[in-house]
Design a protein around this ligand. Structure first.
Ligand code: AMP
Length: 281
């Protein structure tokens, strides 16, 4: 497996691969890799001749009060994991390599970025779309793999690719969970043992919400209230949002009919914010 820190190194390799007619799969990550990331890399490995994993904590998707400085990092462990799955290249640029001093170009997707996590993280998705666009151009990938764990991100990236005619296929991959039901996340490392066990309430509450809908509940507000109440029964948890939106435009729905996303964000303690969701087609 090759390690690249510069855009030119990646482009040189990609040029060789393209000349040989090889297909390329890209897995964009912020590192501190776990089984969730591994599932994306494994899928990319199966479906492409070459696999690139980007490992970059993207500063422009963090707000001024967010955890950019403390975001967990372990590049050596990331390399080992990628190599064990058979990735061909890990791209780990410095922020200055991706963003020159006079960087002025941003990509954004309106409407879909405004609700859910976009409400409390107003610049986040523009940062994501910008870095992802750069990675698509640098890697010339045929396919890129994103987790449903970040469902709003997945919907936004898919829409961006469609709206702006990027030549890439976006593949959504299922949420990988711990045995307790807690969705795997690099940020779980911030949780104390007690918070970690209490955080299983997110998945439990979502499962209950899903069952209500499966049992015929069509009133979104009833499902939302039940899920909110269950999470709020846990004193360590503070709800940021619990919402049901349509899975195309990510707009709130009152009556559940077509495909929906039920998404939640919950604070544990002062600074840990966990997200989880389910999609019902
Ligand atoms: P991140 O490093 O958190 O930016 O995540 C990189 C990619 O891995 C994103 O597409 C995430 O949605 C995906 N991902 C993170 N956690 C999980 C998980 N538990 N299951 C599936 N995919 C995940």
């Amino acid at each position: 497996m090759k390690i690249a820190h510069t855009i030119d190194e990646v482009k040189t390799l990609v040029k060789e691969w393209k000349k040989e007619g090889l297909s390329i799969g890209l897995v964009p990550t912020m590192g501190y890799l776990h089984e969730g990331h591994a599932s994306l890399i494994e899928r990319a490995r199966k479906e492409n001749d070459k696999v690139i994993v980007s490992d970059f904590v993207n500063p422009i998707q963090f707000g001024p009060k967010e955890d950019l400085a403390t975001y967990p990092r372990d590049f050596e462990a990331d390399c080992k994991l990628c190599e064990s799955i058979g990735a061909d290249l890990i791209f780990n640029p410095e922020p200055s390599e991706m963003y020159e001093n006079n960087f002025h170009s941003y990509v954004g997707v309106n409407t879909l970025s405004e609700g859910l996590c976009g409400k409390s993280r107003p610049i986040h998705f523009n940062g994501v779309c910008t870095v992802v666009s750069k990675l698509f151009n640098i890697s010339e990938a045929d396919r890129a793999y994103f987790g449903q764990k970040d469902a709003q991100q997945l919907a936004i990236v898919k829409r961006m690719v469609r709206d702006l005619n990027f030549n890439i296929e976006i593949i959504g991959c299922p949420i990988i969970r711990e045995e307790s039901g807690l969705a795997k996340s690099s940020r779980n490392t911030y949780l104390s043992d007690e918070e970690r066990s209490k955080a299983t309430i997110l998945h439990k509450a979502l499962e209950m919400g899903k069952k209500m809908i499966e049992d015929g509940e069509k009133d979104a507000s009833k499902v939302i209230d039940a899920v909110k109440n269950m999470i709020e029964s846990e004193p360590l948890a503070r709800v940021d949002y619990v919402e049901i939106v349509d899975w195309n435009e990510l707009q709130k729905v009152n009556t559940i009919g077509g495909p929906i996303l039920m998404a939640i964000a919950v604070f544990f303690g002062e600074k840990v914010r966990l997200i989880d969701n389910f999609i019902m087609e």
